[in-house]
Every structure is written in structure tokens, then in C-alpha cells.
Design a protein around this ligand. Sequence first.
Ligand SMILES: *Cc1c(COP(=O)(O)O)cnc(C)c1O
Length: 481
Amino acid sequence: MSESLDPADWDAFRRLLHAAVDGVVDDLAHVRDEPAWRPVPQAVKNALREPLPRSGEPLETTLARFDELVRPYPTGNRHPRFFGWVHGAGNAPGVLAELLAAGMNANLGGREHAAVYVEREVVAWFVELFGFAENASGILTSGTSMGNLLAVVTARDAALGEGARDDGITGARLTAYAAAGVHDSVAKALRIAGLGTAALRLIATGDDGGIDLAALRARIDADRADGARPFLVIGTAGSVDTGAFDDLGALADLCAELGLWLHVDGAFGALAIASPAHAHLVAGIERADSLAFDAHKWLHAPYAVGCVLFRDEPAHRAAFASAPAYLGRAERGAAAGAPWYADYGLELSREFRALKVWFTLRHYGIERLGASIARTCELAAELGARVRASAGLELLAPVTLNVVVFRVVKPGLDEAALDRLNEIVAIAVQASGAAVPSTTRIGGRLALRICIVNHRTRSEDLDVLLGAVRTAANALGAVRA
Ligand SMILES: *Cc1c(COP(=O)(O)O)cnc(C)c1O
């Protein structure tokens, strides 16, 4: 055996890799023929609990084990009838990019190599897409949860000033504001930032699902009168429950007037900007101080990749930069390339997640990606209309974007019984493999939640979904066909 960890026979490895690539392509080409989801059998879970391997096995053996235990039980989000949560479907250019990135084994913490410039180009494309100023900064993240955290920390440090880097929060009662439907990652970010979740004031929403601006202003005034220090408003572009939008232009006006930081959580909804028919929903987004969004949702880059942009690069860098001696920057050579991405976030070692976004944007172009986004919204509108027209189904919120929330109803059942019924319907539809809805609560009622993100979804997939919901409900005696 050779001393390095390289294959003894590169040609044998090449053949194995080619065969694995064939398997990946076959999976993607036939994803529609598979169930939308299947449970992981207990035997498989047991088989995935072996002790630490002491001596190795041939790659063929490991690959066979993957084929048997892992490959048949995917998340499901590649499938055109996976409607749960908010999941991107993945794309072919991203698969290619992941392989190339693994081959390069680049570390994007910083220094002077081409991958860093790919990330800068991708960030610059997003800066252009969202109309931020050219000198805005940004960094690719694992997703919007991380983007929200980086934004909260930056806003906190900007509010407290430089001293906070050494002294911490020292008793300042910072308060933040968001609509009641804001994603939980925002509360988590405030908790991790040392401000506590109680610092997040949840403001009621109006009929359109957006934040109630008068209630927001009243709460800020009341907090100020009470001696707290309002510092941050989090606007939502595309709420996770219903796809609702806050009025971002009005939030930008209010934040400018009151001297508050405006962060926008646009995990999927911000990408509405790529669809000419939907771009008006995010009007004003270019005035945010920071914006977090995902490339793995509506842009379909393989998991996991998101981005956060900052209007004020110095504030962004001040929140995260530090330079111990062993990470000294140089003017020239391999340690050049400042600013380093390590100065823009939590991580020092970072993967080359920019490459799959670069391939995605170059291959499709933003216009085609925008058309795909528009199509999912049209399908959601179609589903909303069909639910409204169906006896036995009740639409629970207007369809503004790509999310449809509804429930099965039956005369004579009280609210608690309806909640139980819909919970069981959701699980039955998932277990059937026909489609995957998720659930949420809308106005206290348990709702089936259909979020159409997938570029593979077609109108006939909605037939299958509604058929599966009816079958499950009928099996429970809830509605007549
Ligand atoms: C998905 C989502 C998040 C979290 O993003 P991740 O990429 O999963 O970390 C935050 N906010 C909203 C509105 C989301 O839909």
C-alpha cells in the first residue's frame, strides 16, 4: 500500500467515479417515477449504527452500502410533488459544480486564489440584482438562518459602537421589531447575540399579512418612553407560513426617520425580484441595511447556500474582522487577497459554495430563473382557485406568492377535531408517497401547507395532490368525493 491516501490505481478510481456519476444522472432523470417520499425503515436505521471502522474497505463496498442504505431514502425535495416547508429542488449545473469544487478542495476563508474571486463575482451579481450600491459587501452563508444571525450581530455592534467589541452589551436594553409571522431563526439570532428573545417585539399583521405599520410605530414609541433602545426592524419578504410581504419601502422610510437598522429576511421571497410580474412585491428592498436570502430555495443551487448583503461594508467588517498573527495578511503572495471572507462572518475555513451558484446563474441566466419562479406562483394561484372551488376544502389565507394554506372541513366537527383530522390527512398523504404537504397554524387552525418551489412541478401534479388529500380524507370519512 502506498504511503499517501491517494488511490493505488487512479484508473480504477476513475471508472468507479464515472459509474457513480451515471447513478446520479439516472436518479435525477427518473426522479418523477419515484415516490415523493418514503420512510426510512428501522432496519436501515439499525444498519447505520456500526462502530467506528478500524481498517478500511474498498470504495466499491462503501458505494454499494450507500446504494442500499442511503440513496433510496432522500429528503424528497427533488420530487415535483414535494410541497412541504420551503425546499429547493436542486439542479444539474449545481451537481457538476459540487464535484468540481470537491476536486479543488478550496478553502474560502481568504487568501489569494481564484475561488475567492468567484465568490466575489457571485456576491456582486446579487448586489446588482437587488439594486444595492456597488460598494455593498456580502458573503455566502449556509442559508438564511446564518445570514439573519450575521445581520443581527452587525446591527447590534453598529448600535453599540466599537466599545462593544471589547466590553459586550453592558446593560443596554436593545429591542428589535418584526411581524408576528417572522421566521424563528430571527428570534434565535437575537438569543445567540445575547439580546434575548424577549427583545424581539412581535407586531400584529394587517389583512394583507404584512406588518401593521401603525402598531409598529406605537410599540417603538412605547419602548423608547420606557427607556429601551430600539435598534433593529426585521422586514419579511415572503413569510414562511403564507408568503406574505411587509411593505419594505414604508419600513425603510420609518427606519430612516427613527434611526433604526432595517434587515430584510427574504429567504425565498426576495427572489420574487427576478420575476417581472412579482418584483413589485419587494419594492424598497434596495434600501435595506442588510438582506439575507437563499440560493438553495428558489434558485435551486444544491444545499446548502444562502447570502447576506450589507449596505455599509465597514460596519459589516467591524462586526467580524480580527487578525491574529498566524493569519497575517500580505500585500503579495498566497496570503494576499484582503479583505478575507473570514472578516465577514463566523467561519474561518469555508467551503467553495460559490461555485454551484456561479454555475446556476451562468447556465440559466436570471431571466430563466425568474420565469421558473413566476411559474411556481402561477401554479399556486391555480391551486388556490381550485381549493376555493372545492366543497370540503377551505382556503385559509390569500395566495400572494407560492404558498397555499388550506384545510379539509367537515360539518359537525369542532375546531379541535378539524385540527386532528388535518394533521392525520397530512401524514397519510406523505405516507402514500403521492405528495408531501407540511402543516402550520393559520389563525390558530391547523392548515395543510403547500409551498410550490420546485421547477419540475406541473399542473397535473396538483391533480395528484388534491386526489391524495381527498382519498385520505375519505378514508377518514371526512368528505364525499
Ligand atoms: C427557510 C427560511 C429561513 C431559514 O433559511 P435556511 O436557509 O433554512 O437557514 C428564514 N426565513 C424564511 C422566511 C425562510 O423561509
